[in-house]
Structure formats: C-alpha cells, structure tokens
Design a protein around this ligand. Structure first.
Ligand code: F3S
Length: 400
C-alpha cells in the first residue's frame, strides 16, 4: 500500500508509540484487502467498550495506548456495560463498575468522547453524504452508509480506534464505488407497519441476501427514523450487508444499475416472521422487557412515557437511549413519568452489552437485532412484539 511521507513518519514513530501501532494495524489491514492507499476520515465510532467484552487484556491494551495516543479526528464510543452516571440501578457487581470506569477513563485519555451510543448520528456525530468514516457498530455503520450516504466499512473496535489515532482508514470495501453496487434485488409486496416490522423486514432480507448489497423496492414506503433505525440494525445482524439501497428513500438507490432478477417478500412471509418471533417461550413469564435497541429516539421515549403513565411495571423494564435524548426527556418530564412506573430509562448501555448473562431467562423486546443477541450470547428465550405490546407485557407481567 502506498503511504505518503507523513503517513510513513507516523508508522516510524514520529507521532509516538500509540500512533505507530495504530498505523501498523491499518497498513496490515490494507495489505490484507489490497487497498492501494489510506483515506482521511472525518469521524470515527469505536465499539468494544463494555468491560464484559474487552476483559483485562483489552483494558491493558487501551491503557497502554493511552500513554501517548490521542484521537486526531472527532470520535465517539459505542455503548458501555453500564449507565455511567447511575450504574447502581442496574444491580452490577462493584468490581465490574470499577473496571468499566477504567475503560472509560482510558478512552477519555485517548480523546474519544464517551457518548456511549449506537446512534451517534443523534448525539453530535452526524456525517454528511459522501463523508469517509471509520465506524464500527453495525447498525450505525448501516445507517451511515444507507440512510446518510456516507462511506464506512464495518470496522472492528481495534481498527476503528487505529483510525481515531491516525485519522485514516484503508481504501477498500464500501469506500469504493464498485462495492456499493446492489447485487440482489427484492420487491416487498407487504406493508411493514412500524419499527418492529421494519426490523423483521431487515431480518428476512439479511437472511436471504447472504452479505450481498440489496436493492429494496417497497411500494409507497415512507419509513420514519425509528423504522430506518430498526431496518439498519436487523439487516446486517441476520447476515446482510452493512449497506442497502431503498428505492425512493436512500440517497444512492438510483445511482447504480439494478440487478435484473427480483426476489419477492410478500405479506405471507412477513406475517410468518411476525408469528414465529412473537411465539411465547415454552414455560414461565418474562422477567425482562427492553426497548431502545438501537438507542431510543425522543419519539420512542415519549410514546413509552405516555403508555406507562399511571401504571406500575411488574417485570424489570429497561428503555435504553443516548444522553442527548435523555436530557430532553428529563426536561419534558418523560423520565419522571417512565421511572414512576418502576421502569428504567438508561443511558450509555444496552441489554446486549451489559453483563446480564445468567441473570434473566426470558426477554420481551421490539428489536429484531436484540432478539438475535439475547437468544445467542445472552442465552435467553426471547419474544419479539411491537413496542406498545412490550410495555403491555411489562405492566401485566405476562404475555396477553
Ligand atoms: Fe445498540 Fe446495543 Fe442494540 S449497542 S444496536 S442497543 S445491541
């Protein structure tokens, strides 16, 4: 890979040991993918923040980099394993809280903002169309590529961090026009109703497209922010590409030639997915209800507050969101309404990256992505309902 003189100097240690290590990682990655050069990035989003994923080794690596490493472009963090301001509400072990704080301090020394959200585009990290990024959280990567028209590969935590410390990413994959062409085309003869349905559509497309960039034609589709967020979360989770084109909605949908053959997703297929994922678990009542995967928008928080007003929840109920949305919810009195019901409005974290394994056995959520991870790594039974039905379960303490 060709390096400029300035890039070579970073590799040789002129900007310190951490930047040299970061440049080494990017050069190795570029060599693997035959990248001809490095591209400057305008922002970075770093996953690999929860201590439960990093462990002692990851923490030691960050602390070593933080000796002389500093981010040279705007960079934000993905969710951590706890709400940084009130971890005690999550019932976590004191040792975990201490180690998670060390992780956040190390990132802070590296100059990476503890936004701790998977919706950085709602927390001050909003790319423009065509921007080159190094983002790592799959739903955020898919939103940036597909909805915003920016360009990023799905980075691993270490490569995103390396981009933050150097300001570059290798020119391969979704940075190149060729990889952004749709390779599989779907006509959706169904009517996805809200965020849960768009998540299910993402699941069906992800499963059927096997990593190829899909072109989606959904007649009359006007998905809102919440629906697009759910689609972006589910599609790559279920095996799809972190870029899709939605005709009439996303900025690059008409830029490339459409594949000739068309696969159909009809109402029966969508209804089958609804029924299959809404099945109650074989035994027992849910012990956890979670909304906010990806992090809830203000509209989602408001809807939850309206439904919970005057009720008490009968099971642990988490609504996860970003700090800026929580600040607005505080001002509007929504946080108080939600928390008067016994539910928690949590920031900086989510039920997938928090260390919950073994603590809960049956989750109800509206997130197709959350369902995948909770039933896999989290080893929980999961029922997927729309947000309003999830909150009804929280109030009743059982499925209706
Ligand atoms: Fe975000 Fe956690 Fe879901 S990081 S997309 S809320 S799994």
């Amino acid at each position: 890979m060709h390096l400029s003189e300035a890039q070579r100097a970073v590799l040789e240690g002129d900007s310190g040991a951490a930047a040299a290590k970061a440049m080494e990682i990017l050069v190795a990655l570029g060599d693997v993918f035959d990248a001809p050069e490095l591209l400057p990035v305008s922002s970075v989003q770093v996953a690999g923040v929860s201590y439960s994923n990093l462990g002692d080794e990851g923490l030691a690596y960050l602390e070593e980099l933080a000796v002389d490493g500093r981010a040279v472009v705007p960079a934000t963090l993905n969710p951590a394993g706890m709400d940084l301001r009130s971890p005690e509400r999550m019932g976590l072990e004191e040792s975990f809280v201490r180690l998670q704080r060390r992780v956040i301090r190390a990132y802070g020394r590296l100059g990476i903002a503890a936004a701790c959200t998977c919706t950085p585009y709602m927390a001050g990290n909003m790319p423009a169309p065509g921007d080159t990024l190094a983002w790592s959280e799959s739903s955020a990567v898919t939103y940036a590529n597909s909805v915003l028209g920016a360009r990023t590969n799905r980075e691993g935590g270490p490569s995103a961090l390396a981009s933050a410390l150097t300001g570059y990413t290798p020119a391969y994959g979704l940075h190149l026009d060729l990889a952004r062409h749709p390779r599989i085309r779907f006509r959706v003869d169904a009517h996805p109703g809200g965020a849960r349905d768009w998540g299910l559509l993402g699941m069906l497309v992800g499963q059927a497209s096997e990593g190829q960039v899909p072109l989606l034609e959904v007649a009359g589709a006007r998905p809102d922010l919440e629906s697009l967020k759910a689609l972006c979360a589910a599609l790559p989770t279920y095996g799809g590409s972190p870029l899709f084109h939605l005709v009439g909605v996303t900025p690059e949908a008409s830029r490339y030639p459409a594949p000739r053959e068309v696969e159909i997703i009809d109402e029966a297929l969508l209804e089958g997915a609804r029924e299959q994922t809404a099945e109650p678990a074989p035994a027992g009542a849910p012990d956890l209800v979670c909304l906010g995967c990806p992090h809830a928008t203000l509209a989602e928080v408001r809807a939850a507050a309206e439904q919970l007003r005057g009720h008490r929840v009968a099971v642990d109920t988490w609504i996860c969101t970003s700090r800026p949305v929580k600040a607005l919810a505080d001002e509007l009195g929504l946080t108080e309404t939600i928390e008067s019901s016994g539910a928690l409005l949590l920031c900086d974290t989510c039920f997938v990256v928090a260390p919950l394994k073994g603590r809960y056995r049956y989750l109800v959520t509206d997130s197709a992505k959350g369902r995948y991870y909770a039933s896999g790594h989290g080893a929980m039974d999961v029922t997927l309902l729309d947000a309003s039905d999830c909150l009804q379960v929280a109030i009743l303490g059982r499925l209706p």
